[in-house]
Design a binder for this molecule. Structure first.
Ligand SMILES: C[S@@+](CC[C@H](N)C(=O)[O-])C[C@H]1O[C@@H](n2cnc3c(N)ncnc32)[C@H](O)[C@@H]1O
Length: 235
C-alpha cells in the first residue's frame, strides 16, 4: 500500500529542542482569529506584539486589524522580512520591545504561533506581558495531557478555544498554498479580564473568503515560464 507523505505534515512532528521550529502560518488563519477577536472588542485602536514573527506571515494580517503591530523573533529574519522590529528571545529578554518595557505600557494583545516545544512557556510569558490578552495557535493535541493540565489548564484555562474545521497546512520553512496537512490546529485565547472560561467554538470554513493570492510567494507555475536554454550562446 502506498501512502502520500510528501506534502502532509503528520501529527507526530518532532523538532529538536534547539530548533527554531519555523513553520509559517497561512495568513487566512490569522484573519480568522481577528474576525472573532473583533467580536470581543474593537481592535483598530489596539496594539499587538507578534513575538515569534518569523518572516511576518502573521504580522501582515494582524496589521490589517490592529492599530500597531510589533514584530520580534529570536532569529534575525530581516533579510526576508525587513519589517522585523527586534531580534530577541521572547522567554528571557525583558528589554524588548523598548516601548513595551513594563506591564503598564505593554501591548494590548500578544498573538503568535510559537515554537511547539515552548508553547506553554510562551503562554505564561504572554500572560505576564499583555494587557488585554493573548492568542496562541497550537496543534489541537496541545489540549490533552496530564502534565499540561496540571501545569497550565487547571491553573489558567483559556477563555476561548477556536477549533478550525478546515485544516491549516503548515510546512517547515515555507508557505505552500496547495499543500495538505494531517494536523488539526486551534487558537487558544486568554483574556485578562474575567469572563469566558474554556468556551469551545468552531471556526466555520472561511479559507476561501479570507485567503488572498498575494499571501503567498509567487507560485512558479503561475509565473511566465522561464525560457529554456536553447543552446544559443549569449553575447
Ligand atoms: C512555528 S514558527 C511561527 C512563525 C510565525 N509566528 C508564523 O506564524 O508565521 C515559530 C517561530 O518561533 C521563533 N522562535 C523560536 N524560539 C523563540 C524564542 N524563544 N523567542 C522568540 N521566537 C522564537 C522561530 O524563529 C520561528 O520563527
Amino acid at each position: 500500500m502506498t501512502q502520500n507523505r510528501s506534502s502532509a505534515v503528520m501529527q507526530q512532528r518532532v523538532e529538536a529542542h534547539d530548533s527554531l521550529d519555523y513553520f509559517p502560518t497561512p495568513p487566512w488563519a490569522t484573519r480568522a482569529l481577528c474576525e472573532r477577536l473583533m467580536r470581543l472588542q474593537p481592535l483598530t485602536q489596539l496594539t499587538c506584539w507578534e513575538p515569534a514573527c518569523g518572516e511576518g506571515h502573521m504580522v501582515r494580517p494582524l496589521a490589517e486589524y490592529f492599530h500597531q503591530v510589533f514584530a520580534s523573533d529570536v532569529h534575525d529574519y530581516s533579510a526576508t522580512f525587513p519589517a522585523q522590529d527586534y531580534e530577541g528571545d521572547f522567554l528571557t529578554c525583558w528589554d524588548h520591545p523598548p516601548h513595551y518595557m513594563d506591564r503598564e505600557c505593554g501591548p494590548d494583545w500578544i498573538i503568535t504561533n510559537p515554537p511547539f516545544n515552548a508553547a506553554e512557556e510562551f503562554v505564561w510569558t504572554a500572560l505576564r506581558r499583555a494587557r488585554e490578552g493573548c492568542a496562541i495557535l497550537v496543534r489541537t493535541s496541545f489540549l490533552e495531557g496530564k502534565a499540561r493540565h496540571k501545569s497550565l489548564f487547571s491553573k489558567r484555562p483559556p477563555s476561548l478555544i477556536l477549533q478550525f474545521t478546515e485544516r491549516v497546512p503548515m510546512f517547515k520553512g515555507r508557505l505552500d498554498r496547495k499543500g495538505s496537512s494531517a494536523t488539526s490546529y486551534c487558537w487558544l485565547i486568554w483574556e485578562q479580564r474575567p469572563g469566558l472560561t474554556g468556551q469551545l467554538e468552531w471556526i466555520a470554513p472561511c479559507r476561501d473568503r479570507l485567503e488572498q493570492l498575494s499571501d503567498y510567494p509567487t507560485d512558479q507555475s503561475e509565473q511566465a515560464p522561464v525560457p529554456l536554454f536553447d543552446g544559443t550562446p549569449h553575447d
